[in-house]
Ligand binder design. Structure first.
Ligand code: NDP
Length: 234
């Protein structure tokens, strides 16, 4: 049976690959992003700023009015505004916290009542290995992604009895626009990955697909690193 899958940050990169995965399964995919772009086959695409509670609430209402209760949320939208902590501006700090952490919370909160009524649901947050590994220049990003783990685990306990699972996927170093243009840093990072390559967006989409599947009904409150071994043991 096809499910209603809502994905934030679905216009490109990991979110677009996740959208393609669910579209290929025959699911009804609603893609949210600032640009409103979406991969082919999505049932609906909406322009939203996840850092705005009202924007997220409005988009989720539109999606539910059109396609019914949300079965799967993939809260994936994210940005980087890198800089050494000593020189990081208030704006760099706030922008990343607002989009990456506030946005994840607003998205989850907006779908919860429909999932609770349905007594089932899958919430998948797109985290990162960065809070476990520590990345110079990414204090804002790592803090936001660490906060996401606390959000996910608290939420997981709140809604487990309603048949809703909440998990975090923690990608390592994935080939997208976010990591493009890192030049020599990219080679240095790749050298640290036991599997010897950057991850692909399809590597991440496959694991998101599993976590959102019926087969993963007993998996909740977990952080699943998909990183070619980069952060193993952390
Ligand atoms: P991209 O930069 O390729 O894509 C980011 C996506 O987020 C775009 O669809 C963008 O769409 C959307 N987005 C950004 N800000 C907002 C906003 N305020 N409101 C709505 N949508 C927004 O990034 P990736 O695909 O690489 O990353 C996706 C997720 O995976 C992020 O959360 C990132 O932190 C995480 N991640 C990525 C890793 C990597 O190595 N690439 C590693 C670990 C985690 P638009 O511009 O149209 O708004």
């Amino acid at each position: 049976m096809s499910r209603h899958v809502l994905i934030t940050g679905a216009s490109r990169g990991i979110g677009a690959a996740v959208a393609n995965h669910f579209v290929a399964q025959g699911d009804v995919v609603v893609a949210l992003s600032r640009s409103g772009d979406a991969p082919e086959g999505c049932a609906m695409s909406l322009s939203v700023d996840v850092a705005s509670s009202a924007s997220v609430a409005g988009a989720v209402k539109t999606a539910i009015d059109a396609h019914g209760p949300v079965d799967v949320l993939v809260a994936n939208a994210g940005i980087t505004r890198d800089g050494l902590a000593m020189r990081m501006s208030d704006e760099q700090w706030r922008d990343v916290l607002s989009t990456n952490l506030d946005g994840a919370f607003y998205s989850a909160r907006a779908v919860l009542s429909s999932m609770i009524r349905a007594r089932s649901g899958r919430i998948v947050f797109m985290g990162s290995v960065s809070p476990f590994y520590g990345v110079p220049g990414q204090a804002n990003y790592a803090a936001a992604k660490a906060g996401m783990v606390g959000l996910a685990r608290s939420l997981a306990r709140e809604v487990a009895s309603r048949g809703i699972t909440v998990n975090v996927i923690a990608p390592g170093f994935i080939d997208t626009e976010m990591t493009a243009g890192l030049g020599a840093t990219s080679d240095d990072m790749t050298a640290l990955i036991p599997m010897g390559r950057m991850g692909t967006t399809a590597d991440i989409a496959a694991i998101v697909g599993f976590v959102a599947s019926d087969a993963a009904g007993y998996l909740t409150g977990q952080v699943i690193a998909v990183d070619g071994g980069l952060a193993m043991g952390l």
